[in-house]
Design a binder for this molecule. Structure first.
Ligand SMILES: [Zn+2]
Length: 238
């Protein structure tokens, strides 16, 4: 049975209760979870699961793309079984940093698309930095410096994000909703839309901050030339 992904509805949920659906050694599937798995280029959450006062560290989280089950990989094995009720606690410091970097990545991608027609061809949001690959013919540092400066203007604004679900057909008609080159959202009946009003609109399953002003100061770390028309930018948030 698919795990209900609580993080899609509330990125700020730090604690939750759930039932064990499957327990195989150190691999636990719950009926619902706030733990975000490694998906959509955003790193997984860590934290712990607790049952009857016994805490087990969650060291990584995976999603099975076929069954949509979310697997919590624990540090050690447990004697937990199906039907057991557990509590989950996120490592909030890590998750919040991922959220800030993720929203920052959307700002930068939106600005480079708007101003330089650059499409994102890949990306990864990790705990220390985010990296984005762009389809851009030039390595001009100024392009990235300018984009980060504009992203910082956006990150300085009181601008609440809007997150909502839209029927797939409707979503795909929304201008600019899929900026990922050569990639479309997975086959889902409804798509989750993440809107940074006035700047970006995306079909996106990852956790974001509530307001652009939570991102903090975005810093350009480096730019790499990854071959013909492929430029990779690394950035962090302070
Ligand atoms: Zn995203």
């Amino acid at each position: 049975m698919p795990t209900k992904p609580l993080y899609l509805y509330d990125s700020y949920l730090k604690e939750f209760e759930a039932k064990v659906e499957q327990a195989n050694g150190n691999r636990i599937v719950l009926d619902q979870t706030a733990f975000h798995p490694l998906t959509g280029g955003v790193a997984y959450d860590i934290g712990f699961l607790e049952k009857s006062g016994t805490r087990c560290k969650v060291v990584s989280v995976e999603i099975n793309r076929e069954t949509k089950e979310i697997v919590h990989v624990l540090e050690g094995e447990t004697d937990w079984k199906q039907g057991d009720v557990v509590k989950g606690f996120l490592d909030w410091e890590r998750r919040y940093k991922l959220m800030r970097l993720h929203t920052a990545a959307h700002l930068i991608a939106a600005i480079l698309y708007r101003d330089n027609n650059a499409l994102v061809t890949g990306g990864q949001v990790d705990t220390e930095y985010a990296k984005l690959d762009f389809n851009l013919p030039t390595t001009d540092r100024e392009i990235f410096v300018a984009a980060v400066a504009k992203a910082n203007q956006e990150a300085g604004k009181d601008n609440p994000l809007k997150i909502y679900f839209v029927a797939r057909d409707e979503a795909l008609k929304m201008p600019g909703v899929v900026k990922l080159a050569e990639r479309m959202p997975p086959q889902e009946k409804e798509l989750r839309i993440v809107e940074i009003p006035g700047i970006d609109l995306q079909a996106d399953g990852g956790p974001h901050v509530k307001n652009a002003n939570e991102v903090g100061e975005i810093q350009l770390i480096k730019i790499e030339n990854k071959g013909k028309n492929q430029r990779r930018a690394y950035f962090g948030v302070g």
